[in-house]
Write a protein that binds this ligand. Structure first.
Ligand code: UDP
Length: 711
């Protein structure tokens, strides 16, 4: 597979000087790896006196190093590079990091990433809002958040801080500098690290105390800043300073090396230090303190020894056979060379960048819009229908812009009467089966475009099937082009005549593929398939609602479904038609409850990755429903029984556990209340004026009106 080569700009604390910071070695390993894999990197570093005086890599051969004196200087000299790069990565602890990141977020055309080499520290600071190098508000704007810590912290970054794409991105070892050297071990156990009060108790427990108990063995601690007053046993040698060039030789001279972890890293877990990888690359077996995630990196007992107590170190040093010791070291080295070198990390970045690019594409419209703080625009296909018109009203009521797209085959302009004059509302008469105008700019797409009543969808079954399939395809393409979210109105009909009751989302259904209902059922099933393929392949953020029987005011008198039929019949004194024995069941949801479920599903931040049932589990036999309508209307109409249509499902009730859990949604309106409101509407003047037009003459699409929509 050929991998595309990237032009990257990295803004980091320091590359030129490793004095007093761990960032330089991290960047060096990664950038060497990137260069080896054919990528070009411009590393930009603030020219500060401390690093200027202590430059141990003033002229790297694996990237271009640029120094800048101030923010103005950065902008003047490097803005063009920042703008043009495929990706710009800003590291933690960059001086004036917030301003630098603002510049990058505002101007970079490529991926904007943050590389947090200090994740636990950053999060602690952000909680108090005092991280000088990153502001909370910037996190959701980033296309990629590379984090030195993995595990649960990534979820926290997403959930609490709104990071869109957090990825573990550990430190890496430069395997050319950290490799086994021939040397006879001088020390049985060593430790390399600057003094730190939070590590000292572990050093005491896992090295100094074993040294006291094993006076015949030899120990070493290398590193600066250990205060006076530490009780060093006589068999512990001290080395005050060890330059990076001497590290490999130092590891070669230890039989075991100790890894001790900072308290905040232990707390976060999943935060390997570079020391760990360096020791492993040098093929020195490691004894480490314990933290969450360590065993996932280096399996305990096979590639590392993990010690909680002094005794475990004592027994490791005295009881482990030489072949076992060597095998542990070999195993660790093999793992680290495979997964934790600069080259491995560069390869990881090659995977993250295109994924972030795709995510950026998806989110462009919404984030650009949010920066302009314009209201979200929703396209509602089928917006003039029964459900669609309620949805239009709901979203306009929330201050959104709404584009209603409808063919008026079953939807009616009367349904939109309250919206016509609203400046945020526009109407586009079009058939979703036809390609959609590319000028449409939207953030949210609701696909409600399909007749839902058996009478209507069976009137032109071929067009019904095409509406579901081509409509979904066209709208998914629009969502893809716009980076918009799409909600597909699916149906309980995907379960067919179910042999599971109540129906859970995991049930695959029992559908007759060639029956008279198939045009609707199979069309909706195919639309679901398309939705999940677009989610998998094109990462379109699709949500699928499986809608169960819904009723309410504004249903067409000629709708043909049970609730409107019974009410119209009862109110007009005609016999109530019940098909079959009337023992079949349905569960009825009031329209505003249903709409609330759809909006929640659309707006729930995390993609549920599964269809979700939206319906009211209140289940009635058709006979019971007919009796309820009779009593609520005070009708004296008789019930007449007519033949049951083919493939009519025998029972239907949603299991809404998923909707409750994921959306916090449940219906609020009882069937009795909802029917009363619906009956009142049908009895009033609005229903009388509801026009019955199954297939009005098609009006031509007005290109000018369409173009105006994106303004
Ligand atoms: N039904 C009925 N009388 C009618 C209309 C429908 O008995 O006038 C029955 C229909 O056979 C089905 C149930 O009521 O068993 C619900 O039908 P509807 O058309 O409302 O929707 P479906 O759930 O079948 O899609």
């Amino acid at each position: 597979m050929t991998v595309r080569s990237f032009d990257l700009v990295v803004l980091g604390l320091s590359l030129s000087s490793s004095w007093g910071n761990g960032h330089a070695t991290t960047f060096r390993a990664l950038l060497r790896g990137l260069a080896a894999r054919g990528h070009r990197v411009l590393f930009l570093e603030r020219d500060v006196p401390w690093y200027a005086e202590n430059r141990d890599l003033p002229d790297p051969d694996f990237c271009t190093l640029g120094l800048y004196a101030s923010l103005e200087d950065l902008e003047q000299r490097y803005l063009a590079d920042i703008e043009a790069a495929d990706a710009v990565i800003v590291g933690s602890y960059v001086p004036d990091g917030i301003e630098v990141l603002d510049l990058v977020l505002e101007r970079a055309r490529g991926i904007r990433a943050f590389y947090d080499i200090d994740t636990p520290v950053t999060l602690a600071k952000l909680e108090k809002d005092e991280a000088g190098y990153l502001a909370r508000r910037q996190i959701p704007e980033l296309d990629l958040y590379l984090s030195f810590s993995g595990g649960p912290v990534l979820e926290r970054l997403a959930r609490e801080f709104g990071a869109r794409n957090p990825q573990a991105f550990y430190c890496a070892v430069d395997e050319t500098r950290y490799a086994p050297l021939p040397a006879a071990p001088t020390w049985d156990l060593g430790y390399l690290g600057t003094y730190s009060p939070d590590r000292q108790p572990a050093l005491e427990r896992l090295l100094l105390e074993p040294a006291r108990r094993l006076p015949h063995l030899r120990f070493v601690v290398a590193g600066p800043q250990y205060p006076d007053g530490i009780d060093w046993p006589a068999n512990v040698e001290r080395i005050e300073h060890l330059s990076p060039a001497e590290h490999a030789a130092f590891y070669a001279r230890q039989r075991f090396t100790l890894n001790v972890t900072r308290a905040d890293m232990i707390k976060a877990g999943h935060s390997p230090s570079v020391r760990l990888f360096e020791a492993a690359a040098c093929c020195t077996p490691i004894i480490s303190d314990r933290w969450e995630g360590l065993g996932d990196l280096l399996p305990e007992g096979r590639a590392i020894l993990i010690a909680d107590q002094t005794e475990q170190v004592v027994s490791a040093l005295t009881e482990i056979d030489e072949p076992v010791r060597l095998q542990i070291a070999e195993n660790a080295r093999a793992i680290v060379l495979g997964a934790h070198t600069g080259i491995a990390r560069a390869a990881e970045l090659e995977r993250h960048l295109p994924a972030a690019e795709r995510a950026t594409l998806r989110d462009t419209s919404s984030s650009r819009r949010s920066r302009r703080s314009a209201p979200l625009t929703a396209l509602i296909a089928g917006g003039a229908g029964f459900l669609g018109s309620y949805l239009c009203e709901r979203l306009i009521g929330e201050g959104r812009r709404v584009i209603c797209l409808d063919s008026f085959r079953t939807g009616t302009p009367e349904n939109l009467r309250t919206l016509e004059r609203d400046p945020r509302f526009s109407l586009l008469e079009a058939d979703v089966c036809e390609p959609l105008p590319s000028s449409i700019e939207v953030d949210r797409i609701y696909n409600l475009a399909c007749p839902a009543s058996p009478r209507h969808y069976q009137a032109d079954p071929i067009h019904t099937l095409m509406t579901s399939v081509l409509g979904a395809r066209n709208l998914l393409e629009l969502a893809r082009a716009n980076g918009a979210r799409l909600l597909q109105a699916s149906t309980s009909e995907v379960y067919g005549d179910p042999d599971q009751h109540p129906q859970q989302e995991s049930y695959w259904g029992n559908v007759n593929p060639i029956g008279i209902r198939a045009c609707y059922d199979e069309g909706k099933r195919a639309a679901e398939t398309l939705c999940f393929d677009y989610l998998r392949l094109h990462r379109v953020d699709v949500r699928v609602a499986r809608i169960f029987n819904t009723y309410g005011p504004r249903m067409r008198p000629d709708d043909g479904r049970i609730v409107s039929n019974l009410i119209v019949q009862a109110l007009s004194g005609r016999p109530l038609t019940v098909y079959g024995t009337g023992a079949q069941t349905r569960s009825f949801c009031y329209v505003t409850d249903l709409i609330d479920g759809l909006v929640r599903l659309m707006e729930v931040p995390e993609n549920p990755q599964t269809p979700i049932n939206i319906g009211n589990p209140e289940e009635y036999t058709i006979n019971e429903l007919a009796r309820l309508v009779t009593s609520l209307t005070g009708s004296t109409s008789p019930i007449v029984y007519e033949p049951l249509p083919a493939d009519d499902p025998q029972w239907r009730r949603p299991d809404i556990t998923m909707a409750r859990r994921v959306l916090g949604w449940a219906p609020r309106t009882s069937v009795r209340e909802g029917l009363a409101a619906t009956i009142a509407w049908f009895a009033g003047p609005a229903a009388a004026s509801a026009v019955i037009r199954i297939q009005p003459p098609r009006r031509k699409l007005k290109p000018a009106a369409v173009a105006g929509l994106s303004a």
